[in-house]
Design a protein around this ligand. Structure first.
Ligand code: G6P
Length: 615
């Protein structure tokens, strides 16, 4: 079955046919609203290209269209989730070239945006917006010599990254050209009309027949249908896919729950969060992190503050910063830190981690640290969020909108952000030499495929879930980075399965909790850190001796653990420093499958909210 596993950041909708395009596109964009966005816009070709766009909800765009309608039967539209440039009317898509004859919308990220923009600026190009998208409109227009397909093909040859691009020109009415590089695109086939979208729900009310555009393909759409080609040229035959999902299933990309969909998006989230920020040599470029090398060298302490899952990402961060940077790093619950009169002072760096960028306690702790002279860096998923606006530096995780209350892909992106930040600071401080930098860069580039590999073993995890589903209490143990992952694995389980679950450092077990470990009690051990492997194994033996049911998360080539654990959830071998990225995945899946067996509302657990904006 076709399942969409991309971390989509924006919505795309296009139409060619006999009907008025703007109302149809507006309706399609509304159906993509569930994914979150911060501005929306539509372009229609009718002799010329006409554009309406507005920051904010689709309602604003709808009122614009009411007072100033767009007439024409070919058009493209877009909902934007900001990445380059804040949400605003000007940054909203579609974007035109200076002649106004070419218009584009786009999802994803152009990695060599700065290079391209500098080059075009040097050639005299002026840009209205801060977006990477506008560059593409200029490039297509520059490459145009009478054939829009050839122009798009040449334009995308300059643009590196993971994206989907849709182009329309007033010069060739009646067709739309689009390219998929990673970011999804689908074609909906109607009767004498054709739709193009980033996602099936946008079009499901018009047709159930689809062509899925694959990575590396270009599609030309007109009222009679679509032709798909490789970007480099050469026709592709694609079978029509008939979809019988209802609208709700379609929003979830065919998955039963948003949480599961978001877990499966993680390989793409890693690719996107790393994209354009790290080269093979380990050179790091973080676009909104402004401090200079002198500041990086002066930092005497790192404070990490956050709540919930973001705090658990911070626990991983502490290990990374201490191990890579040898810098004292404290992780503080934001709700504790804000009232603790913390000993924060300059020249320190405070890293406030928040998916939403709106968590009240995290904002309060971050403000306090800044008042006390610390430089504030926001690690957040939402461009333009309060935290991002108040911070000195921002590192955006590019997880895309997360809908499930239990956070998975946002956590993953936070970890990736921390590795990048550690490399950036470490290079400046001279503690990360080229070899270490390359080692981490190489490891990071391998991670999407490794996480994909773990996801493919989901059935094993689903089976293992049966061992836990009827338990009263579950304990998670690990040391170092494994302990940090155990904390997050335990939180996931408790949030959605409502089982009592606790995580602790493996060495702490015998100082109390071991009294609760009796026959059949599940103990989940994360076992990836070579330096403390034997020490953690002693804890495994202690609980085994008391009859515990042991589930382990361990490397594929670990030949020891099999003899001691009842179930082993395997992950590919990674650098020990990077293991949390892979080792959290079986635990996310485990929480999901236990909750499913217990019949709970997985995406909306009781009593919990996605974003806690009050104290
Ligand atoms: C809530 C959510 C958690 C999240 C926490 C912090 O409790 O249910 O999933 O980790 O808030 O949210 P933030 O947006 O600051 O990361």
């Amino acid at each position: 079955m076709y399942q969409e596993v991309h971390a989509r950041m924006c919505g795309i909708m296009g139409y060619v046919g006999p009907r008025q395009a703007a109302p149809l596109i507006l309706d399609g964009l509304r159906r993509l609203e569930y994914r979150g966005y911060d501005s929306a816009g539509i372009a229609v070709a009718n002799g010329d290209i006409h554009v309406r766009k507005a920051e904010g909800k689709i309602g604003r765009l709808a009122s614009l269209l009411e007072t100033d309608p767009l007439h024409g039967t070919v058009g493209i539209g877009h909902t934007r989730w900001a990445t380059h440039g804040v949400p605003s009317d000007v940054n909203a898509h579609p974007h035109r070239d200076p002649s106004g004859r070419f218009v584009v919308v786009h999802n994803g990220i152009i990695e060599n945006f700065h290079e391209l923009r500098e080059r075009l600026s040097a050639e005299g190009h002026l840009f209205e917006s801060e977006t990477d998208t506008e560059i593409l409109a200029h490039l297509v227009a520059l490459e145009y010599d009478g054939d829009i397909v050839a122009a798009v093909r040449r334009a995308v040859a300059h643009a590196e990254g993971a994206y989907a691009l849709v182009v329309m020109t007033a010069n060739e009415p009646g067709r739309i050209v689009a390219v998929r590089r990673v970011s999804p695109l689908i074609v909906g086939l109607g009767d004498g009309e054709t739709f193009l979208a980033s996602d099936i729900p946008a079009v499901l009310q018009h047709t159930r027949d689809f062509l899925i555009v694959e990575d590396g393909e270009l599609v030309v759409v007109d009222a009679d249908g679509a032709t798909i080609e490789h970007i480099e040229g050469g026709r592709v035959d694609r079978a029509v896919m008939h979809v019988d999902w209802d609208a709700e299933q379609a929003e979830k990309g065919g998955y039963e729950h948003f949480m599961l969909k978001e877990i499966h998006e993680q390989p793409a989230v890693i690719t996107e969060t790393v994209g354009g920020r790290l080269d093979g040599e380990g050179e790091v470029w973080l676009e909104d992190v402004h401090f200079d090398d002198a500041f990086a060298r002066a930092i005497d302490r790192v404070w990490i503050t956050a709540c919930g899952t973001a705090l658990h990402a911070g626990l991983v961060g502490r290990e990374i910063f201490q191990r890579i940077l040898r810098l004292p790093t404290a992780v503080e619950y934001a709700h504790e830190m804000r009232y603790a009169d913390p000993l924060v002072s300059a020249p320190s760096l405070t890293v406030a981690i928040s998916q939403s960028g709106e968590t009240a306690d995290t904002l309060a702790a971050a403000r306090l640290a800044r008042q006390k002279g610390s430089r504030l860096l926001a690690l957040t998923n939402v461009v333009g969020s309060t935290l991002s606006r108040e911070a000195d530096d921002v590192l955006y995780t590019r997880a895309g909108p997360e809908i499930s209350v239990a956070s998975t892909k946002a956590y993953m992106a936070m970890l990736i952000g921390e590795y990048l930040l550690a490399l950036r600071i470490g290079r400046a401080r001279g503690v990360v030499d080229e070899a270490l930098s390359q080692r981490v860069a190489h490891g990071l580039h391998l991670l999407p495929a490794q996480v994909e590999h773990v996801l493919q073993a989901e059935n094993d995890v689903a089976k293992a879930a049966h061992r836990i589903a009827d338990a009263q209490d579950v304990y998670f143990i690990g040391r170092g980075l494994d302990y940090a992952v155990a904390m997050e694995g335990s939180l996931k389980l408790k949030e959605i399965s409502y089982l009592h679950s606790e995580a602790m450092p493996a060495g702490e077990l015998k100082h109390g909790t071991l009294a609760l470990v009796t026959a059949g009690v599940p103990v989940i051990v994360v076992l990836t850190q070579g330096a403390v492997y034997d020490k953690t194994m002693s804890a495994v033996q202690e609980v085994k001796a008391r009859g515990a049911t042991v589930l382990a998360v361990a490397y594929e080539d670990d030949a020891t653990i099999g003899a001691f654990a009842d179930e082993v959830l395997r992950i590919p071998r990674t650098d020990d420093l990077l293991s949390p990225v892979a080792s959290i995945v079986p635990l996310q899946l485990l929480a999901y499958h236990v909750a499913r067996l217990r019949g709970h509302d997985i995406d909306q657990p009781r009593n919990l909210a996605k974003s806690v904006t009050v104290e």
